[in-house]
Write a protein that binds this ligand. Sequence first.
Ligand SMILES: [Zn+2]
Length: 509
Amino acid sequence: MDQFSGDLFEEYRQHFTGGLKRMEQGVVFPRGYQSHAATETCPGHSTILTGSRPSRTGIIANTYFDLSIARDDKAVYCAEDETQPGSSSGDYVASPKHLLVPTLGGRMKKANPATRVVSVAGKDRAAIMMGGPTTDQIWWWGGKSYVSYKGVAETPLVAQVNAGIAKLVAQDRPAMELPDFCKPKDVAVSIGGGKSVGTGHFARIAGDTKAFRASPEQDAATLVLAAALIENMELGKQAQTDIISIGLSATDYVGHTYGTEGAEMCLQLATVDRELGAFFERLDKSGVDYEVVLTADHGGHDLPERNREHGIPDAQRVDAALGPKALSDAIGAKLGLTGQVLYGDGAAGDFYVSKTLTPAQRAKVQAEALAMIRANPQVEVVFTKDQIAATPSPSGPPERWSLIQEARASFYAPRSGDFLVMLKPRVTPIPDPTKGYVATHGSPWDYDRRVPILFWRKGIVPFEQPLGVETVDILPTLAAQIGLAVPKGEIDGRCLDIDASAADSCAAK
Ligand SMILES: [Zn+2]
């Protein structure tokens, strides 16, 4: 569940009655960690089923820069093939090529070619990073319907599901009714420009696919497709173990569009709880024995305007002068250089110095950039590539890591920037909320790193472990359940013993 933070889990778990209640009553790690610094969707999904941090998966960000590529747009989307003619990071051909390590499904298939690997999600990067390159079927929401890689035609089953969704989207959708526990949250918060958030009930006019995407309807559609694929392919009904990864993306779109503490998020979580409950009941009826793990790709927090109303007066939006274009223009003017001298994807994260400059000019640009950024009171720290590279890969409790250790877990030399910027906590890196998203994630702070990790299987003896574990621990934990050997040196995670008794679920089978 995209952006299903540890904080949302803790706030709402008392209200769950459906699928999330089932998960909440299994083996519960309420403080799981996406332990790396760049807490974005693509890196987060890359850790969940690979056992590896972004430093090993190679997925350091949603968008990184490769200044050596031939095309004009030097930004590279994490799940694209940037060598495709005519492509750009915004209009790309989807590909798993940047993921450097195998997924659990890939490892299962290698051990037993009969294993079926299926991946469905509301976003391409979620489906691709969890499924890996060797999926039997992979589908994601393409804006109007569920699609797959270029050249892969819709199957009759997917066509049927897509037709049902198209019919639904083509109708008006009335406002949803608020459950009682959501009613106190139904309060408008002004974001300027005459706009506000907080009181949305997901009313939608016919054909509005953007509103469909940022609503519980999208997760319901993804679950319908997942259930149809499980039944159609008879997953879990043959001798081998099969695997399906399901990326429920709506919580993230709702968080970005409306923030995390309004009526919208409350309705979203109440609805996905119910839809997930119906999905599990459908699986139960099929008689198949299945194990579920539920987690998130990153956390998140609320928009600063509402945070200020809720006891956090220092919540603020980033200074537009910290944006890559503003910095590049200011440095170019100061040093008398023309063209773009600095590249980056927003005011925080990796920055790259132009490669068309001489080595002396590059050094000057970097020195000037570091001085300007470090002088801004919203900046916590800037690390250079050399500093991060010299830091050992972290180990030990993820709640105790230093910022440079988090940066090291996000660092992959061929793709990482010349330096990395971290903003102070509670600084939201969206300068103006009236032009698009109002809230986001991506920071090295725990509100963006903490996610629940929940395991359930019929008959599982529940327990709760509040100490920190990592999402990279999921792959070895599941591999042990099915007796799949994973050499320790190939991954960063460790097997979690999810047997409540003295027996050890990690012991070799
Ligand atoms: Zn995400």
